[in-house]
Design a protein. Structure first.
Length: 412
């Protein structure tokens, strides 16, 4: 039995930002197998989309979320085609239904992070909490890798890998920033042993660290990436140099730090391009804030971002968006990626540099070789917007069309 191949799509007259730079080519041809051509003429058989006045971008990547199916769908509506879960259940053994569903963003996951019993984020859960598999999945109950000794941390690494963790996360947090000082925290020996074991297995390692001292611990342990930026004071030349020399990347999650300081997402929620895509629960959440660290200074965070970038540290775009609850406020899936891009530009990155942080740089650092760029042979995860976000970053919200694996999202 023969089958008729899916028709290809040819975007013409587009400004094409390929994840690194703006190309001279103005035509991109793709189908559900991937990007077929960049440049040249539109094939006669292709469905033509005239992108005049618009910019074609790789689908955006949020490098720090906690998510579910509904949130993945919301993210895709904002052109975020991949979310990287930094604590949750969408490990490889639990996401076949997501991988095959082009109405939601794709996802990768650390599973649950290594932390002591009672350590962060245990304070956020009711006593005795044990998560089940995500909605729509039939996998086993997620592994909770509570560790208080080097031996325990080392023993959990192969178990996490077997369960499908794409990278290994370590919690380095005494609760001082979140309003829970004195939380149990991984000691240096346990952290060092766990990171070394994960690297021995060839796994990328990331750390939750919100203070300068926790950051230092993680870097000295050999961590590959920091999925938060310290917020307990301004940067020093010493910590910037330490991070730079380690080769680690940083996901600042400026939007999260702002929320921790009591800064709401009101300004973003007031934007009609955002408001039209959020329901009441998400709007209420975005207009709220964590407000656990009001003594913090957003100017210090922005200054640290700029210093890291100027030092040559890879900056990645992430938000820490989670559930639509006001106590997790100031954030919303998809929308907050655009807010984070605006913060990165406010910190001193150019719009093109900020866009790299949400596309090619994140894909490279997380080993996502099939996405994050517009190039022949890669996934057709694409975002078409009106205007030119390489000069005006807020133009990323002017969504005209979104494609996930070459399938156009019907509602944006």
């Amino acid at each position: 039995m023969s089958t008729t191949p899916a028709p290809s799509t040819a975007l013409i007259n587009a400004r094409v930002f390929d994840g690194d730079l703006t190309l001279e080519a103005t035509t991109v041809v793709f189908d559900n197998t991937g990007i077929l051509a960049v440049g040249g003429n539109a094939p006669a058989s292709a469905q033509v989309v005239d992108a005049k006045g618009g910019t074609l971008l790789p689908g955006l990547i949020d490098a720090h979320v906690h998510t579910n199916v509904e949130s993945l769908a919301l993210a895709l509506r904002f052109g975020v085609t991949t979310e990287l879960e930094m604590q949750g259940t969408y490990t490889a053994d639990n996401r076949a239904h997501i991988t095959a569903d082009d109405t939601v963003a794709d996802v990768r996951s650390s599973g649950f992070g290594i932390t002591p019993p009672g350590g962060h984020p245990s304070e956020l859960f009711p006593e005795g909490f044990r998560p089940g598999p995500p909605s729509g999945a039939s996998g086993p109950t997620p592994l909770m890798p509570f560790s208080t000794t080097p031996e325990e941390a080392v023993a959990f690494i192969p178990q996490l890998i077997e369960r499908g963790s794409d990278y290994i996360k370590f919690m380095v947090d005494d609760g001082s920033v979140e309003g829970h000082p004195g939380l149990p925290m991984l000691d240096r020996a346990t952290l060092n042993a766990g990171v070394a074991e994960a690297k021995r297995h060839g796994k990328l390692t990331v750390a939750h660290a919100l203070t300068i001292e926790a950051t230092r611990m993680a870097i000295e342990a050999g961590i590959d990436g920091l999925v938060h930026l310290f917020m307990d004071g301004p940067h020093t030349d010493e910590i910037i140099t330490l991070i730079r020399d380690s080769g680690a990347f940083v996901v600042p999650c400026v939007v999260l730090n702002a929320s921790m300081m009591g800064i709401t997402g009101d300004q973003l929620a007031d934007d009609p391009r955002v408001a039209a895509r959020l329901d009441e629960a998400w709007t209420k959440t975005l207009r709220s804030s964590f407000n656990h660290y009001p003594q913090g200074k957003i100017a210090d965070v922005l200054g640290s971002v700029r210093a890291l970038y100027d030092a040559g540290v890879d900056i990645l775009t992430g938000t820490d968006a989670s559930m639509p609850m006001p106590f997790l406020g100031g954030l919303a899936h998809g929308a907050s990626v655009h807010h984070e891009l605006q913060y990165l530009v406010q910190a001193g990155l150019t719009p093109a540099q900020a866009l790299r942080a949400a596309t090619a740089t994140t894909a490279r650092r997380f080993g996502l070789a099939d996405r994050g760029r517009i190039a022949e042979g890669l996934r057709a995860d694409l975002l078409l917007v009106d205007g030119d976000p390489t000069t005006t970053i807020s133009d990323t919200l002017n969504t005209r069309a979104v494609w996930r694996r070459g399938t156009r999202l019907t509602v944006v």
